[in-house]
Write a protein that binds this ligand. Sequence first.
Ligand SMILES: [Zn+2]
Length: 399
Amino acid sequence: MPNGGATERLDAAVAEIMPESLELSHRVHATPEIAFQEHQAAAWTAELLAAHGFDVTAPAGGLDTAFVARWQGRASGPVIAFAGEYDALPEVGHGCGHNLMCSSSAGAAIAAAQALGRDFDGEVRFIGTPAEEAGNGKVHLIRAGLFEDVDVCLQIHPSDTSAAESLCLAVTEIGVTFHGTLAHASADPWLGKNALDAIVLLHTMVAQWRQHLKPGERVHGIITHGGAAPNVVPDRTSGAWYVRTPVDEDLDAMVERFGVMAEAAATATGCTVELAADPVNRCRTMLNNPTLLGIWRRHMATAGIAEDPIDPNAGSTDMANVSHEVPTIHPYLSIAPRGTPGHSHEFARAAGGEGGDRMLPDAIRILAATAIDLIEQPALVDQAWRELRGEGSGRRART
Ligand SMILES: [Zn+2]
């Protein structure tokens, strides 16, 4: 039996951890590290958890900047995990506010642990999850088995709204390289096969395709190499495109259609094309767990935060892949005025400034209160698993 009273002790625990969580948020914000290179952010987050009694295993899951921190109760019970992202964007720094994600999740894990003490059945866990912006770190961590004994996974995302539910698109990246033939662009251009023409054609075809996409589908890309010099017919160009859809099952068809267009662009220009897409390393759509959402909404209301409707303008995240493995929520909490673009300098300023600082204690309190409810009422965890796996099947057997 849990020792009870943890919820009553939570306010004091949140107040106690806030200065250190805030300091972590600011420090990570001031030292942006991109995907797979978050060595300092991971170390600082792990140090904070270790200083508060968590057992840290670092690195974990085969990624240098991933780690796991555990706070175990007296007996086995629900493992409630907080995911913590800390990667930044190239050039924009913390334009996605991940400094607030590692700091809120670590703060919540510590506050929940302090409020629970050791006299409970289960575990509070923090999983440091690198490379959300590029590389899909959580896809690697899932394959490495890091979520196998996790019962619930929680993480907030800073935003310009406070929507409890998040819409996330399935996405995959397609790398494109066209190969042509070099020639002098003025003296003998008829001998050349123009790889720049090929990639421009592909870009144009994608723009025409856009009218015929289903609602919610997105295709967008960049040219990363367009040739070497104006007086040389380019023999190699390259680019990268993302294709996204709100329906997981539609992603393969989009990839196939894109491939047909790339081949057509190559044929039209006498070039050849190489496509690089990893069928495994892709993000899925988000499954917002209803039971977890219910708990989240109750604590959000207690914190006096009005819930915003689900934002139909979606990106993608590897947190969505976790939601297909274990019951998960990934709610938004507002740090910036409505309409502030994500991945922008304005959003980065909010993430390191007043908006982020104001959101952090609310995030910690609501996350920790949600975790405590799940530990104290494991029937809710079972209910969440029935929702994920369909009625009738309970939580999977522990191994
Ligand atoms: Zn993000």
